[in-house]
Structures are given as structure tokens and as C-alpha cells.
Design a protein around this ligand. Structure first.
Ligand code: GUN
Length: 299
């Protein structure tokens, strides 16, 4: 039976350091880190993520502002809000929750966020720095940064000689995760919906990372015995066994059967999810430190 990686515990360690760094910045420079979270529309899952982010920001001692915009918000209105936040000196981090409603284009919005306030790490300046191997001067996407801490806790900082497979190639997760693993010297394969025999590809992985959004897709026979399995999926499925109309969260990995084969595995919930929020806090305090030219703490 695999070790179950405790994302809540690792996240608490990060947010504890973030809160201390924030307190120090306020004491020494009179500056409180500020995070602005923007959400458009009524998607319940997005609202629950955003509420958790705002709550944690307050817990870390930040100023936290949430902008909740109606479903019918126009592109121009959303971009005008981003522009206001870009020039607000009390705001060090801006996060526009994705996905946006279908009538809005996310890319122009993301690219209009000032790179130094882009705590999602999605601006081309930040993703480009990561792609060129600069892991220190930009901001790195929160979920891969958090997943990488969990990998590091299992394997150390140097992944030389290890095969890593990432399933999924999104800008938000798969691509930056692949680049982080590569920067740590892993031999990286990016698998996706057009990959031939994905199970066979996955079986070569010492570190298997799944981010596809398909409940329980990764089965036990996809997992190399002794592998570390990182499950980034959050899928809500019907759970009639809990009562009529009830649901539960599962990942992209069939947890119980894969836990029989892996050496270490993240649960859903309680694995990567809490790390995403913790790294958002870390990115925000980092942006605040940089805004006054102070050396940035490491997390
Ligand atoms: N939606 C799901 N995950 C994320 C994330 O990390 N950032 C943003 N902005 N939206 C998301």
C-alpha cells in the first residue's frame, strides 16, 4: 500500500511561511500584500475555489479583494477592471478565475495582466521565463508549482535518471508541469488525448502526473510498481450510495487500485488542491516583496 501524500500538511507548511513573510514585510516596509480575485458568472465550483482563495489570503494577513462580476459582463468591462487593478498600488497579485463564460475570451484578459502581478503565471512573460529555464525571476503557475513541491518531498530536488510522464498539455498545468520536471533533470514525456497507447507510456513513469479531467482514468495497470502518482484532477461524480442526488469528488486516478501499486500517491481531495492555494499565496507575497525591491523568501 502506497504512502498517501498529505497535501494539506505540505500546504499548511507553505502558508505558515507565507504568513510569516507577510508579517515581516508589513513590519519592516509597512506593506501588506494585496490579492485581487476576479470571478465572472455563476459556476458553483469556481465560486467555491475563489472563496477558498480569498479566505486563505486573509488568513495569511493579506488584503484580499474579490470582484464578482455578472455572467453577462462584456470583454471590455472585464479588461477595464484588470486595468484598474494593474495600476492599483495596493494590489500585488491579480487572479482571473478560469474558465470564463463562453462569450468571453480568456487569452486577451490574461495577457493584459501586468506580468509582475500575474500570480497565475499565465502571462507569456512568465510562461516564457519558465520555458527558457528561468525559475527565479518570474511567477510560476500555482498548481504545477504546488505539485512540484509534493514531488520534491518524495524524490528530492534532483530528478536525474527518473522518467516523468505528464498526462495533459494545458497551458494552466500540463505544459508548465512538464517544464518544471525537466528543469529538475527528469526525463519528461508529455502524453495527451492523441497519444498512442497512453497506458504503455504511463507504465514507464517513475513519476506519473495526471491532469486530464476524466474521473478515474488512470488504472492500476498504467502504474509502474513503486511509482509516485500525482493526481491533479478534480471531478464531481454522482454518488447514489451517499443518498439521492448526492455527489463526491474524485481525481483522474482510480485511487484505491493505483494505491496498491504505487509507492506514493496523492488523494483527491486533500492532495494537490490545497497546494494550489498555498502557492497562490506564495506568489502574491513574492510579488509584494519584489514591488519594494526586497529579496524574495523561498518556499
Ligand atoms: N481554474 C482552475 N484552476 C485555476 C487556476 O489555477 N487559476 C485560475 N485563474 N483559474 C483556475
Amino acid at each position: 500500500m502506497a504512502v498517501i501524500i498529505d497535501g494539506k500538511q505540505s500546504a499548511a507548511a507553505v502558508t505558515d511561511m507565507v504568513a510569516k513573510a507577510a508579517a515581516r514585510l508589513e513590519q519592516e516596509a509597512g506593506l501588506k500584500p494585496g490579492l485581487a480575485v476576479v470571478i465572472v458568472g455563476n459556476d458553483p465550483a469556481s465560486h467555491s475555489y475563489v472563496n477558498a482563495k480569498s479566505r486563505m489570503a486573509k488568513q495569511c494577513g493579506f488584503t484580499s479583494v474579490q470582484h464578482t462580476l455578472p455572467e453577462q459582463t462584456t470583454q471590455a468591462e472585464l479588461q477595464a477592471l484588470v486595468e484598474t487593478l494593474n495600476t492599483d498600488p495596493a494590489v500585488h497579485g491579480i487572479l482571473v478565475q478560469l474558465p470564463l463564460p463562453a462569450h468571453l475570451q480568456s487569452e486577451p484578459v490574461i495577457q493584459s495582466i501586468r506580468p509582475e502581478k500575474d500570480v497565475d503565471g499565465l502571462h507569456v512573460v512568465n510562461s516564457g521565463k519558465l520555458a527558457s529555464g528561468d525559475l527565479t525571476s518570474g511567477l510560476i503557475s500555482c498548481t504545477p508549482a504546488g505539485a512540484m513541491i509534493l514531488v520534491r518531498n518524495q524524490h528530492g530536488a534532483d530528478l536525474s535518471g527518473l522518467n516523468a510522464v505528464v498526462i495533459g498539455r494545458s497551458n494552466l498545468f500540463g505544459k508548465p508541469m512538464g517544464l518544471l520536471l525537466l528543469a529538475a533533470n527528469a526525463t519528461v514525456t508529455m502524453a495527451h488525448s492523441r497519444t498512442k497507447d497512453v497506458a504503455e507510456v504511463c507504465r514507464r513513469a517513475d513519476i506519473l502526473v495526471a491532469a486530464v479531467g476524466r474521473p478515474c482514468m488512470v488504472k492500476a495497470d498504467w502504474v509502474k510498481p513503486g511509482a509516485t502518482v500525482i493526481d491533479v484532477g478534480i471531478n464531481r461524480i454522482d454518488a447514489p450510495e451517499k443518498g439521492e442526488g448526492k455527489s463526491r469528488l474524485v481525481g483522474d486516478v482510480a485511487f484505491d487500485e493505483c494505491a496498491e501499486v504505487a509507492a506514493a500517491i496523492t488523494p483527491v481531495p486533500g492532495g494537490v488542491g490545497p497546494m494550489t492555494i498555498a502557492m497562490l499565496m506564495a506568489n502574491t507575497v513574492t510579488a509584494a516583496y519584489r514591488s519594494v525591491g526586497r529579496p524574495v523568501p523561498t518556499f
